[in-house]
Design a protein around this ligand. Sequence first.
Ligand code: GAP
Length: 443
Amino acid sequence: MQENIMEKIVSLAKRRGFVFQGSELYGGLQGTWDYGPLGVLMKNNIKAAWWKKNIQERGDMVGLDAAILMNRKVWEASGHTKFMFDDLVECKACHHRFRKDKVGPKCPDCGGDFSDAKPFNLMLETVVGPVASDDAKIFLRPETAQGIFVDYQLIQETTRRKLPFGVGQIGKSFRNEITPGNFVFRVREFEQMEIEYFCRPEEGMTKYEEWRQARLAWWLGLGIKKDNIRFYEYKKEELAHYSAGTTDVEFAFPFGKNGWDELEGIAYRTDFDLKAHINASGQDIGYFDEETKTKIVPHVVEPSAGVDRAFLAFMLNGYEEIAGGRSTTTESNKEVETVLHLHPAIAPYKAAVLPLSKKPELSVPAKALVAELRKRWMVDYDETSAIGRRYRRQDEIGTPYCITFDFDSLEDKKVTVRDRDTMAQDRVAIAELEAYLEEKLKY
Ligand code: GAP
């Protein structure tokens, strides 16, 4: 990774409208970020790519969108009220607070000594309804997973699924992180893409391995470089008591311990969660096995990825600076050029239409062309400044194809399509442009 790459990504994200600090007008709110016009497109694309490969294209997966607010009893049953704690230390001098495993022996702000560690619950509490009684105090969910467990039987019965099958869900989660930081890596409001895959106990290990490979293939398929991704497999003594295997998919985040940090967690959670809800609710939400006429509690494999971390990983993975520029056009001022090599499925805009001149002769048909393309894809339009500069603007935000409409286009009814990564140019008939792009953008 390049030096200072995080500062460069944060600056690019702000300058081009990918991500802004949350509530910036009022001095910000720590641990929150707003995804701007380009960021929301990219985030939606990440989620759509996840949904497509993990739900749509598999016959054994269905989706869910459970409520963020859940009965307090859910979190008591799942163990979150008892176990979702981080160790917090407070500086005796400046009283700043830190997560114990994220700081050294002395306060990083003033060098003071720390107090003994105290457990700190990470769930954000709120109140529902007009009476602030104890019963009205609930939590904003710290993971989307529990919605799937609680609805497990309803989903299985309504979809008449047989084991093995899985449920996928994308949604917001909230954690009152003691030390949010590293841009969108650790935040207090974030999104997760989670799968709970239910199977027979004897298939658990096989499914765990299959999901590890499937998830790695998904990241690689979206252009994450092999050198930027790896598995960290938990040792036996590191596993939670109910887990028969846990793997972190790690990305080469430059701030990580030894240059690596967690992008996604894949856990084989055995029957822990469903059993916990069966015991706490008194409802037998197990699985009735038609073959053996017995009730079993399915085992669960859980691949759980963060959307915000995915966003950051794709930005870091794709960012390239070319000293002296790579433009072949005469406008090139030989400054540093930035190219964001995003997979077309992830890129905010799929293409940009750039008329060579602002004159109505070209802008009228170019606008008609972009209007047509916009029925299918997010397509940008830019008629300002020199063409080289416009290419560079699109390169910097990861637009895979620039379509130039020039004076010849009026005669030959063709446009020039420039590839962001290779800068190769194809002359394509306007009548065939949609089919051309469709093939290039296929995911
Ligand atoms: N249901 C399992 C679960 O929630 P986790 O490892 O705590 O497991 C899964 O979280 C993923 O959610 C992480 O790998 C990370 O990508 C994302 N995530 C967790 N906490 C986060 C935070 N504070 N900010 C951003 N992403 C977070």
